[in-house]
Design a protein around this ligand. Sequence first.
Ligand SMILES: *[C@@H]1O[C@H](CO)[C@@H](O)[C@H](O)[C@H]1NC(C)=O
Ligand SMILES: *[C@@H]1O[C@H](CO)[C@@H](O)[C@H](O)[C@H]1NC(C)=O
Ligand SMILES: *[C@@H]1O[C@H](CO)[C@@H](O)[C@H](O)[C@H]1NC(C)=O
Length: 472
Amino acid sequence: MPTVENMWSFPKILLILVLMKSCTAAPATSGVPAVIDETDPELIGGYVEGDMIMNEGKNGWIDETLRWPNRIVYYYINSDFDQEHRNLILRGIKTLQANSCLLFKEATRDQPYYINVTSDGVGCSSEMGFRKGIQRLNLDKSQPGCFRPGTIMHEFLHALGFLHQQSTWNRDEYVHINVENIIEDTIPNFGKYSKDKVDNFGEEYDYGSIMHYKSDAFSKNGKPTIVPLIAGYEKLIGNRVALTRVETDPELTAGYTEGDMILNDDRNGMINETYRWPNHIVYYFINSYIDQEHRNHILRGIRILEANSCLTFKEATSDQPYYVNVTSEPGGCYSYVGYRNRVQQLNLQNYALDTGCFRLGTIVHEFLHALGFYHQQSTWNRDEYVRIDEENIQDGMEHNFNKYDKETVDNFDEEYDFGSVMHYNSKAFSKNDKMTIVPLVEGVEEFMGQRLRMSDADINKLNTMYRCPRKV
Ligand SMILES: *[C@@H]1O[C@H](CO)[C@@H](O)[C@H](O)[C@H]1NC(C)=O
Ligand SMILES: *[C@@H]1O[C@H](CO)[C@@H](O)[C@H](O)[C@H]1NC(C)=O
Ligand SMILES: *[C@@H]1O[C@H](CO)[C@@H](O)[C@H](O)[C@H]1NC(C)=O
């Protein structure tokens, strides 16, 4: 089911963002973005390059002082936005959040630095990078073009430290700038930055980036100002609909090392609706001894689930009768399966961020248990896809390889998913470093046990289980 969010999954620019913020990178799917063509309010602000407000000196991507500290981006959306515009802004923010390790937080009164999202300026514009103070990002309400999802993200990506794609140091190898077609006083918008200022983070020049200008940007005569040197890219450049995606994932490795312990006090599957959270609301409580850094990482995991479904996660108040009690005790990472109509524990043993129980994928994995999912390899038809090698399993751990019958678990019309964030790796609970789960299909072993992202099928199943409305 192509939801808006998963249509935007793992764009190249966000892979760059991931690299820039030293997150764990996500694997990719393929797809070609569509093109939108209309007059562009990004270009009318009159700032450097139209929508970018540059402060003292030139600021490149490389300068780390222009990155948001602790991967947390604070924002304030002015009250002159109505609910509809506000929701569109939040949706853009959620998409960026779901595709990176950044956490966006609404600024409180005493927050010294944040993005002030305003509507009283001209067009759509943003200050470049982290400015250590209150920095403006303007989305003009009277300009529908500013509220294209891609444009909202485009402006936030400026605030996160990205210049335009065609400003990069090696752009002349990919595009030709037709100076004779450019409105004279906008020629400075086509400047480029040197290699010591901007970095492509190992990515190819990206014609389909949402940070690329359209081919007729600032044209005085309707003729192209930016001509791709490779035929066929004219229509791609300047897209503000979908983010571009990477075709290969450089960091996709199975890294599952911890025993994932599920407390099955009784056997409950996904089909029985008693085990689904009522009203699409999941209450949670993060114990106060969990430090701010780890708390934020748990919240990042929660935001990924929110952005990819119709579920809302709410912090439990003291009178809330049922909620997920997030603890951080020794003993690994584990959760009850499904909604229990009482306080139910979800444990994430303390690890450094992005390791062990505090890998984002593992946090998501444990919450997916709490939402009603067993492991992928527990499903009724798994024997058509994998062989369980009993002789390699540690003694006493065989129960982890149980499967559930068709009446208990449902695959929600999805194929068996070797790349599910709910799949064990092939050597889970192995006593001799040999495979305990042998895939019957070639070439999937490296995906098994990945904890980098929810797969498309994971997202679809979650949305089907909770009957989320289709977004597209
Ligand atoms: C945001 O910027 C606008 C326009 O400059 C200003 O009027 C407003 O007070 C600012 N709000 C906050 C909360 O910073
Ligand atoms: C669902 O689970 C509840 C609680 O265990 C049980 O009482 C009920 O009979 C189950 N329903 C079905 C259809 O199995
Ligand atoms: C959460 O669970 C832990 C461990 O069972 C328990 O000590 C703690 O009191 C619980 N906290 C809340 C708020 O439910």
